[in-house]
Ligand binder design. Structure first.
Ligand code: F6R
Length: 242
């Protein structure tokens, strides 16, 4: 695992955007696995700047998002579909048909999850997967559990995740209770992984996930077994690394 410690959120966003830009420049038709949440917002801003400056071309880039709430329509401003358009897709020259996000409006979880795995396979797999890190060690919506889930599946969100995400909704009651997410296996099959993390409130989980035992109780700990992981964090998030 490579760790890049940056002084603050801006610097880590710049670093992460540079790594993604390097991927696109090296392979213009690469497949990017993308994440939502607050951690990657600065990274997306920097990528948009690079596109606006003429330094980055998304015309052949394909994307596959990690997850989506089940039950939210795409025009709901809390859906990850909406988030991705607001924060990246609407601001760069990516072809909408090259972007993929699990469809939260699909009621039949099994069919939608199997379909999403087929989509990723048909793209030839993910070249670079961007991740954030949940306070409980979740990646995507893979919550602490007894096993590492293999493939895209439907999850019941844990109370701590509902609590953490309620800031985006009118109340905790409005946070959907289920989501579709790439499995740990899906994430681990990406050729490269880039995880962005910031803030003191993530310091404990950074130390636990990347310097503690590999266990499904801390889903991100499995990244210790991936051959190409880059973790970009600020000083605060790295402050408890042993
Ligand atoms: C987002 C996702 C989540 C977040 C995690 C951290 O697509 O899958 O795992 O990456 O909850 O969220 P933030 O960045 O808001 O702290």
């Amino acid at each position: 695992m490579k760790f890049y410690e940056e002084k603050d959120y801006d610097a880590l966003s710049q670093r992460a955007a540079n790594i993604i830009a390097a991927q696109i420049v090296t392979k213009p038709d690469c497949v990017l696995g993308l994440a939502t949440g607050s951690s990657p917002v600065g990274t997306y801003k920097r990528l948009i700047e690079k596109y606006e400056n003429g330094d980055l071309d998304f015309s052949q880039v394909k994307t596959a998002n990690l997850d989506e709430y089940k039950g939210l329509t795409r025009d709901n401003d809390q859906s990850y579909y909406y988030f991705m358009h607001e924060n990246l897709f609407d601001h760069v020259n990516i072809c909408p048909e090259n972007t993929n996000i699990p469809d939260g409006t699909k009621e039949d979880s099994e069919t939608e999850c199997a379909h999403y795995e087929e989509v990723i396979a048909s793209l030839g797999g993910v070249d670079l997967q961007l991740l954030g890190l949940g306070h409980n060690g979740h990646i995507g919506f893979n919550e602490p559990a007894c096993d590492f889930p293999q493939a895209t599946h439907c999850v019941d969100l844990q109370e701590s995740t509902i609590e953490a995400n309620k800031r985006f909704f009118a109340s905790a009651d409005d946070v959907p209770r289920q989501a579709y997410t790439m499995g740990i296996g899906t994430i681990m099959r990406a050729k490269k992984i880039l995880l962005v993390v910031s803030g003191e409130d993530k310091a404990d989980i950074v130390a636990k996930a990347f310097f503690g035992p590999v266990t499904p109780e801390v889903p991100a700990s499995i990244l210790q077994f991936h051959p190409d992981v880059t973790i970009v964090g600020d000083k605060a998030a790295f402050s408890k690394i042993p």
